[in-house]
Design a protein around this ligand. Structure first.
Ligand code: FAD
Length: 430
């Protein structure tokens, strides 16, 4: 029997790969090609852009270095969240009230837009409603309470409610946390089912999808076209969308200076013997740690638990470390069997808001959604398509964000990030 497929760019085989059903293969590009738009990267961003461009009649080619689903989009926690990665309070402080409101409203449109795409394209991705956030220190309790009021009063968001310690324990199946927030306006899904569905929809709409087609270099010709070199040919296009997120390496140096990869890990248990003792309402959960713990149950009753980060390419004993975190919340799961353990690369920026830029004429970059990209990447890909098809400049609000480059230049930024992250992770434990 042949070995199961293993992503060449992310560690471990995920439970998603084993439960996604048929995962179509798209042939590698063989020879040269022309297109109106070249999309580099077959994650949510790239496939959403391709789907919406193709639906508008634009000739689009997507090149994916590995297979669709090998990057973050096929391997994540599947949680939608609400708003942007920064809370509205933080955005107000940074950008002012009106820009914060626009960014929050954009994220609400993203939620609705993703549901609409799934319905229109017939994508069944096991969506389940509800999300709870958990305070792991008493100092977050008042902040949580104020946050729910803030969203209701200033953002007209009525779906978020503060939970006291008792209710939090009931909804979690554990009394480990001090309080929580319950958001019934969001939810979680099987990300790889969504991604595979988006790929099929894009191909149906006329986009050409090429897997195992790495873009090795990008150059702009005197005629103003972009030429992308692959191992087996060259693609020329009037416009390029770089949707490589944490996997872009140095293909485009300006974005490489603004976006950095962090590894995050998830492990999946066997179906739980007593599923109602863990998250009985089937909500997704995340907590207030800097190295956030995020978890939910799958449709077949497994616990999918994400909780460890690494700032180097080493992955270590993923399931062993996640087991400790699981048992610290639900001691009765001390002997539960883990069937899968995997990791993925999250792209972060300095302020934890996305990096959206036209770094050179005709070359757009969309990246850096931290652990908050499931719905936002889809929407940003759509807004990119809207911009190219004459629907104004809906990406302006994201392009206008001040996203500084990581300090330290090419050699020092990785060790500096490592030090900063380690410090925050240490603070979680103190
Ligand atoms: C473990 C983990 C958990 C997460 N949990 C959540 C969550 O619960 N909720 C949430 O909202 N977000 C979560 N995220 C973040 C979310 O998954 C990402 O924000 C989102 O998937 C990014 O999508 P993308 O299309 O921009 O990038 P990706 O999905 O990473 O796709 C980029 C693709 O570009 C390809 N590529 C790179 N270089 C080249 C090249 N030169 N030529 C061709 N192709 C190239 C890569 O192979 C890759 O497939 C998580 C991420 C991880 C890793």
């Amino acid at each position: 029997m042949s070995e199961p497929y293993q992503s060449p760019i992310s560690p471990g085989r995920s439970w998603y790969e084993d439960s996604v059903g048929e995962r179509p293969r798209y042939p590698a590009l063989d020879g040269s090609a022309r297109a109106d738009v070249l999309v580099i990267g077959g994650g949510f961003t790239g496939l959403s852009a391709a789907l919406h461009l193709a639906r508008a009649g634009i000739d689009v080619v997507v090149c994916e270095a590995a297979r669709i689903g090998d990057g973050a989009s096929g391997r994540n926690g599947g949680q939608f969240g609400t708003g942007q990665r920064l809370w509205p309070e933080e955005m107000e402080e940074k950008y002012g009230l009106e820009p914060a409101r626009r960014l929050f409203a954009m994220a609400e449109e993203a939620k609705a837009g993703l549901h609409e795409t799934m319905v229109r394209e017939g994508i069944a991705a096991d969506f389940r409603p509800g999300q709870i956030s958990l305070a792991h220190r008493t100092r977050y309790v008042d902040e949580f309470r104020r946050h729910a009021d803030h969203l209701a009063e200033r953002y007209d968001y009525p779906h978020l409610r503060f939970m006291d310690r008792e209710e939090t324990a009931e909804r979690l199946g554990s009394s480990t946390y001090h309080a929580g927030l319950r958001d019934v306006g969001t939810g979680h899904l099987h990300p790889m089912k969504l991604l595979v569905g988006l790929g099929r929809a894009a191909a149906r709409a006329g986009a050409r999808l090429c897997e195992e087609t790495r873009i090795e270099s990008l150059t702009r010709t005197a005629a103003g076209l972009w030429e992308a070199r692959t191992a087996r040919g060259t693609i020329s296009a009037a416009r390029v969308l770089l949707a490589t997120n944490a996997h872009g390496g140095r293909l485009e140096p300006r974005s490489a200076a603004h976006v950095m990869p962090i590894r995050s890990f998830i492990a999946a248990t066997e179906p739980l013997a007593e599923p109602d003792r863990v998250l009985p309402g089937n909500e997704a959960a995340d907590d207030s740690r800097f190295v956030v713990r995020y978890f939910r149950k799958s449709a077949d009753g497994r616990l999918l638990f994400g909780g460890r980060e690494a700032y180097t390419s080493a992955s270590g004993d993923i399931a062993g470390q996640i087991r400790k975190q699981v048992v610290s919340i639900w001691p009765h799961l001390s002997d539960v069997r883990f069937t899968h353990a995997w990791g993925g690369s999250v792209a972060v920026t300095m302020p934890r808001m996305p990096y959206v830029a036209e770094t050179q004429p005709g070359l757009d970059v969309v990246a850096g959604f931290s652990g908050h990209g499931v719905m936002l990447t889809h929407w940003t890909g759509k807004l990119y398509a809207d911009r190219l098809t004459g629907h104004g400049d809906p990406l302006a609000a994201l392009r206008d964000l001040d996203i500084p480059a990581f300090p330290g230049g090419t050699w020092l930024r990785a060790p500096l990030l490592f030090l900063a992250m380690t410090w925050y992770a240490l603070r979680d434990r103190l």
